[in-house]
Design a protein around this ligand. Sequence first.
Ligand code: TYM
Length: 330
Amino acid sequence: METLFSGIQPSGIPTLGNYIGALKQFNEIQNDYDCYFCIVDQHAITVPQDRLKLRENIRKLAAIYLASGLNHENITLFIQSEVPAHVQAGWILTTISSIGELERMTQFKDKSQKQTEGIPAGLLTYPPLMASDIILYNTNIVPVGDDQKQHLELTRNLVDRFNSRYNDILIKPEIRMPKFGARIMSLQDPTKKMSKSDDVTKNFISLLDEPNVAAKKIKSAVTDSDGIVKYDKENKPGISNLLVIYSSLTNKSIEEIVSQYEGKGYGDFKGDLAEIVKQFLIDFQEKFNYYYENKEILDEILDNGRDKASKVANKTLKKMENAIGLGRKR
Ligand code: TYM
């Protein structure tokens, strides 16, 4: 069976964008692969985090992974900082990364612009750590949203570089993105990505938003003035974004939804979508609460995940160290 790896940062509460772009795909393909899902807390600290909030977000993210339908008996769910091999292999991959290629990463450019007190070096070396997350598990496939494409391409380059410089031991991963929904946009500015670390809460729907509040956010989402429900990403980014959300949550095709609203206005469309989102969140949060409130169950899942992940990760790390000549031969 091939191996799947993916990660989410506990840098806020995941949004509907994270669900549609990532968690939903994880859920759909979990039985086809040997799956590793990671709470990448060391990536989250590349920008300042509040200590208590970070701890809370880590637990919440664990419960969110499970609430989205992952079967904890078949998958490995763990916290990055509890498996030290990630930073160890990350360091090795940092040594074969060039500053120029890291500076070209759009996520680095975006995030570094927002820093007011100097740019943390970790923002620059973020991608080799991400590459190490992936290669440690001999990963074949990485399901992610569109914004991680560039990081995945860099990962593939680093794999080639490591293999040709040292020894052919790392597996080159493939990226997997959903056909629709790989980039869910902000509700108030549909030319911008929906993000869990956005300061303006009206821009995104958090998976833990109060369902009625989320419904209101959908109703007040920015659209256009021509009043026709139609998919046209260039000219109608707001309605197109809402159509993708509608389609993802109902599994109806965009064409089907468009014909359902022929001759009707945005009011009907948004009202129905608000109801769909509300119901989705009610069901989701019921499952979330079960895992979040059952502390022992969650801890056991994360302990088992850490133990299983460590075994596999340490094996790959040892191979890498041997190939390079680090430490002593034993
Ligand atoms: P993160 O935490 O920003 O996002 C988690 C996942 O959600 C996807 N995503 C979106 N999909 C659709 N629309 C959106 N608006 C949207 N926003 C986010 C992301 O593409 C991602 O799949 N660097 C990663 C975390 C990471 C990782 C890894 C991922 C660390 N190591 C190894 C895969 C493999 C990140 O910041 O994701």
